[in-house]
Design a protein around this ligand. Structure first.
Ligand code: GCB
Length: 887
């Protein structure tokens, strides 16, 4: 037995010798972390009391979502002990970071081995010369995510989480190996200059490094394998490596006949193996790299349309940010994979990695699943005019391209997003300054275009623009191959229907320019629902309306190469107010990736298999008001998304009839009754969907029927469901006798770009921001004509006027929400004639923008119901929410 093992080991040893494998291993576990600077050199730093963490890690996973404006942007230190075996001596040991935001200084045993600028590209350093072999080594990394005027992104609508938030690996090779330090790329570059139905020709280029003091004769060999691992093409080249030198190689024109093509429908991947062998009798393999190969050809035609493998293909996609609820941007690879899998499952064929290069796993996944990709660097909303800024942009783009070059999914490289947006918010710039900045921006775009075309001549280039004439006027749009328009008609400006007019006009003026709608979509909080959806109500219902309108328009424009929804998922944007503060909620799925019901619409539009989807999976606990006194029903419309011709809807087993599906949608009026309402939609072939809705019916007249509980989202036209308490706050109304509602005053609205009800500000001390953001101002009373009895009464308030005028350029309601001065608002609250709160000044007594709930026990007597009076001493009284519950 022992003898056998010995033979086996010898055999293995022999195999390893011949098939030298580079070691490529993550070293993510058990790092130490310290938030803040250290008072000593990296050499003397004592890490004993540092926190033990695993990578990926960010220090902003929590503070970017708390109620204190800002998040920690500064220095964090990481340390990791590495035991390096003696056997590695003489090999090359390379330390690779997939990303650290945003400046990293890396030390080995206390000595600086290198620095990297930029938070979204990988980097690495050769440790070989300085390692202690057969001993313990310490890697220390100082990471800094402070704002730096010379490093993009400068200012953008997403959170710049700091830390080593991607994988860190060690790569160990023989002393002769493919280049490791070429901008953390694979070290070899595979291109496909010719691909068509009949044949493909594949080129390989790269560099081999000889870290020995001896001259080496070597052979570089490239192999292309099909899915069954059969070698279908191969080529070799002899190279001579001088001692301690690098030598370029290029192996061109490997031929594949009748290639299996790569496409979103069938993402066929070949495999390429590139190896370097010693040119001796035993041909020992010194290093080997495996890279996938997808064969496809693509173009944008003179009409602007996109073609893949000889057929027109509309690019249908979504943008995606790389963060996740609770984790910030520190996502294990499986999260990235799951996101793109879901994107694919929604029927998309295209993604935009806005606004920065993403983790290597992302591009690998796109290759595997068949998602065409637009990837870009984070030059967002404006530039600095410094030489250093320009150089950092160029370095980022070079790293970005070299690191992603071998991915067949990647077809478009971008380098700027809404680069003139900053101007809109900088009114102090003189005309001369504006011109200078525009020229500098155009100049930088030209340099980035040139670099992109040099690094990746076969890829297309793009920049994304916002709705402004500055882009065409400045000529910047003539620089890239393709332009992306980020368009928010019906949200930030104008009407949804203006989209087509705008795009047609652009096409008429620039008929040969390929265009992609690179962003569109409204903010949506899945807790909010509206019977009459409007911009800025954040309801799921407005999300249906806007996406449906955009999809119809965009699918109808043949010259439009494609589009990408903003955004696949909600994401962190620390300075946003909105319904979910610190989060941009334009996602098709929530921040934790649970789905909003809009996902059903995309499935219906773009999946080939039959889809029948009731747009109510997210809204299964409802409260609503009876249609008329005593009717016992509350009618609500429910949409069914489908790609079938007709659907039938059943309520508790009874048919409500069939409807023709138009624009992938059929709308049914559902007469909900108190209790369980089972909805089932079915097409002609029996494909179905079902959802059970628990409905709480509020009687039309309170005085007759009485009420157990009624919660009103005062000043709002939307209903707000709080999943924590499971209370639905129904839309507000003016008082009518026998019912309930406010008297005097009006719901607060802001007229800014669009009319918005309420304010987009973070309300402190609550997660129920939408409940508090909307309010009636100037009311004199709120009444419930309930039968006699004892009730709990909750009153909800917040003072919208704030001394702090600081706000975010992405928020709609900037500055103060009202003309009144903070100290002006003072009022007394009386319940059924009795003063309960005397001369309250919300700001003075509780602070601005802070949620306040006051609870009372009240008696309704002598048929008088409950009447809450608001007597103003100065300014206007206000109320955000009111709830009664029978005791
Ligand atoms: C845009 C930006 C994107 C924002 C988005 C929004 O045009 O490119 O970064 O997040 O608008 O939601 O306002």
């Amino acid at each position: 037995m022992k003898k056998n093992i010995l033979i086996l080991l010898l055999l293995l040893g022999w195999v390893i010798n011949i098939e030298a494998q580079r070691i490529n291993t993550t070293i993510n576990s058990a790092w130490r972390f310290h938030k803040g600077g250290v008072n000593t050199s990296a050499k003397n730093v004592n890490t004993d009391d540092w926190e033990i963490i695993n990578l990926p890690h960010t220090w902003n996973a929590q503070d970017a979502f708390d109620e204190t404006p800002g998040y920690y942007r500064g220095i964090g230190w990481y340390a990791k002990e590495l035991t390096v075996p003696q056997t590695w001596e003489g090999k090359r040991v390379f330390l690779k970071f997939e990303g650290a935001n945003q400046v990293a200084d890396v030390y080995l045993n206390g000595a600086l081995i290198g620095s990297h600028i930029g938070g979204y590209t990988g980097f690495g350093f050769d440790l070989s010369a300085d390692l202690k072999y057969g001993g313990i080594n310490t890697i220390t990394v100082r990471v800094n995510n402070e704002h730096d005027d010379n490093i993009p992104p400068l200012n953008a609508d997403f959170t710049f989480y700091g830390g080593i938030y991607r994988n860190v690996s060690l790569i160990v090779t023989e002393p002769v190996h493919f280049e490791l330090d070429n901008d953390a790329s694979d070290g070899i570059f595979v291109s496909t200059p010719i691909v068509n139905e009949q044949s493909a020709s594949v080129n390989f280029r790269g560099r081999v490094e000889n870290n020995t003091g001896n001259r080496k004769n070597a052979i570089v060999e490239v192999l292309i394998l099909d899915k069954s691992n059969k070698v279908i093409a191969e080529k070799t080249a002899k190279i001579v490596l001088a001692p301690n030198s690098k030598s370029d190689f290029s192996l061109e024109n490997l031929q594949i006949t009748s290639p299996e093509l790569w496409s979103p429908d069938r993402p066929y991947l070949y495999q390429t193996i590139t190896r370097v062998k010693e040119d001796t009798d035993d041909l020992a393999i010194l290093d080997k790299i495996v890279v996938p190969l997808g064969l496809r050809w693509y173009k944008f035609d003179e009409e602007g349309r996109f073609w893949l493998n000889g057929k027109p293909l509309k690019l249908i996609g979504a943008n995606r940010h790389q963060d996740f609820e609770g984790l910030g941007n520190a996502l294990p690879d499986s999260y990235h994979y799951n996101d793109y899998k879901k994107i694919k499952e929604l029927g998309f064929n295209f993604i935009r990695t806005a606004h920065y290069p993403q983790a290597p796993e992302v591009y690998r996944t796109c290759d595997e699943l068949g998602l065409l990709a637009w990837s870009e660097i984070p030059v967002v909303s404006g530039i600095s005019e410094s030489e250093e800024f320009a150089q950092n942009c160029l370095n980022m783009q070079r790293e970005h391209i070299r690191q992603t070059y071998n991915h067949p999914s990647l077809i478009i490289y971008g380098y700027m997003n809404e680069i003139f947006l900053g101007f809109q918010y900088n009114r102090s710039l003189s005309e001369a300054d504006r011109k200078r900045v525009i020229n500098a921006t155009v100049d930088l775009a030209g340099k980035l275009e040139e670099l992109t075309k040099t690094e990746a001549p076969e890829r297309f280039t793009v920049m994304a623009l916002h709705h402004s004439t500055q882009y065409n006027d400045s000529g910047i749009t003539d620089i890239p191959d393709v332009v992306g328009w980020n368009l928010y008609f019906g949200w930030y400006y104008q009407e949804m229907e203006d989209l087509s007019t705008f795009l047609k006009d652009q096409h008429e003026r620039y008929p040969n320019r390929p265009m992609i709608v690179s962003e569109y979509g409204p903010g949506t909080d899945a807790r909010l629902h509206a019977k009459t959806p409007k911009p800025y109500d954040y309801s799921e219902d407005y999300q249906y309306v806007m996406h449906a309108s955009y999809l119809e328009q965009m699918m109808d424009l043949p010259f439009l190469a494609g589009f990408a929804a903003w955004n696949f998922a909600d994401f962190g944007s620390e300075r946003r107010g909105d319904a979910i503060p610190q989060v941009n909620q334009k996602g098709l799925v929530n921040f934790d990736r649970t789905e909003k019901d809009i996902t059903g619409m995309y499935r219906a539009y773009f999946l080939k298999e039959p889809v029948v989807y009731i747009a109510a999976h997210n809204y299964t606990k409802r409260t609503g008001v009876e249609d008329s006194a005593g009717s016992g029903i509350a009618t609500e419309s429910v949409k069914v998304f489908s790609n079938q011709k007709r659907v039938e809807l059943m309520l508790n087993g009874k048919s409500l009839g069939q409807k023709t599906v138009e624009d992938h949608m059929a709308t049914f009026a559902i007469p909900f009754r108190n209790g369980k309402n089972e909805l089932r939609a079915v097409d002609a072939n029996g494909h179905s969907d079902q959802v059970t809705i628990a409905y709480t019916l509020i009687p039309f007249q309170l005085n007759a029927a009485g009420i157990q509980e009624l919660a009103v989202n005062v000043g709002a036209e939307v209903s707000f469901y709080d999943p924590e308490t499971q209370i639905t706050w129904v839309p507000d109304r003016k008082y009518t006798a026998g019912g309930w509602g406010y008297e005097g005053g009006a719901p607060y609205t802001v007229q800014q770009r669009q009319v918005k009800t309420g304010i987009d500000r973070d309300i402190l001390g609550t997660d129920n921001d939408p409940l508090f953001q909307t309010f009636v101002e100037g009311l004199t009373s709120y009444r419930f004509d309930v039968p006699d009895g004892q009730y709990t009464l909750n009153l909800c308030f917040q003072e919208p006027v704030s001394r702090d005028r600081q706000n975010n350029m992405y928020n709609l309601t900037r500055g103060n929400a009202s003309e009144s001065k903070v100290e002006d608002r003072e009022f007394t609250i009386a319940i059924n004639g009795q003063d309960v709160v005397h001369n309250v000044n919300l700001e003075r007594d509780y602070g601005s923008l802070r949620a306040l709930t006051l609870d009372f026990t009240v008696n309704a007597e002598d048929g008088n119901g409950i009447k809450v009076d608001f007597q103003s001493k100065s300014g206007k009284a206000l109320l955000s929410g009111i709830r009664i519950k029978k005791r």
